[in-house]
Design a protein around this ligand. Structure first.
Ligand SMILES: Nc1ncnc2c1ncn2[C@@H]1O[C@H](COP(=O)(O)OP(=O)(O)O)[C@@H](O)[C@H]1O
Ligand SMILES: [Mg+2]
Length: 200
């Protein structure tokens, strides 16, 4: 099965595009969702986080204090690496397991940090959702109610727009509201279907 890695900076429109593929009945695996589930209350990864970062990373009910953890990893790069070394292998493993259970002409694997985590070798083809940084900031400001400084800092921690575009096999331009996302997705959908018929 052809595996298409869908990526892009925060707010570029990954989830929006992934939904359009899903509406075409294409399976979509989402690395963020998988990571989110891995640290739910009672899961082994949460115990590891507790061990590594201390009791106060948990809420009184035993669930992860996501805000506190986010603040910690953004202020200390070493802690960010530590968290990633716990989560990335588990996310990778979970994606592999999910892939084994799929039967479809192709699938979309949405990995926001595809390049940063070195997960590129998990996929056969890279689809980048692209828009200017100013548009990212505007969208995330509205969606997540974050300050421009925080959003800029998140963007600064991700690979640059130019770098993503250079590594893309396919690109969706989501710079504006009326860029015909559905048509762009449909074109790629047909391309991926045509590839899948050429594969074993
Ligand atoms: N073409 C578009 N026109 C208008 N709003 C959009 C468009 N694409 C994305 N958005 C909005 O921008 C925000 C970020 O998009 P999202 O798909 O969540 O990005 P990502 O998953 O890459 O972070 C969301 O609130 C989404 O509804
Ligand atoms: Mg998203």
């Amino acid at each position: 099965m052809l595996k298409v890695g869908l990526t892009g900076g925060i707010g570029c429109g990954k989830s929006t595009v992934a939904k359009i593929f899903a509406d075409l009945n294409i399976p979509v695996l989402d690395a963020d969702e998988i990571a989110h589930r891995l640290v739910e209350k009672g899961r082994p990864a949460l115990a590891q986080i507790q061990l590594e970062f201390g009791e106060d990373m948990l809420n009184p009910d035993g669930s992860l204090n996501r805000k506190k953890l986010r603040e910690l990893i953004f202020s200390e790069p070493r802690q960010k690496q530590k968290l990633e070394s716990i989560l990335h292998p588990l996310v990778y493993q979970a994606i592999q397991t999910a892939l084994e259970q799929l039967s479809a002409p192709y699938c979309i694997i949405s990995v926001p940090l595809l390049f940063e985590t070195g997960m590129t070798h998990l996929v056969d083809r890279i689809l980048v959702i692209d828009c200017p940084v100013e548009v990212q900031i505007e969208r995330v400001k509205i969606r997540d109610k974050l300050s421009v400084e925080t959003i800029q800092s998140i963007i600064d921690h991700q690979v640059s727009r130019a770098c993503r575009k250079a590594k893309a096999d396919d690109l969706i331009d989501n710079s504006d509201t009326d860029y015909g996302l559905a048509e762009q997705v449909k074109k790629l959908h047909n391309l991926y279907l045509s590839f899948s018929t050429c594969r074993d």
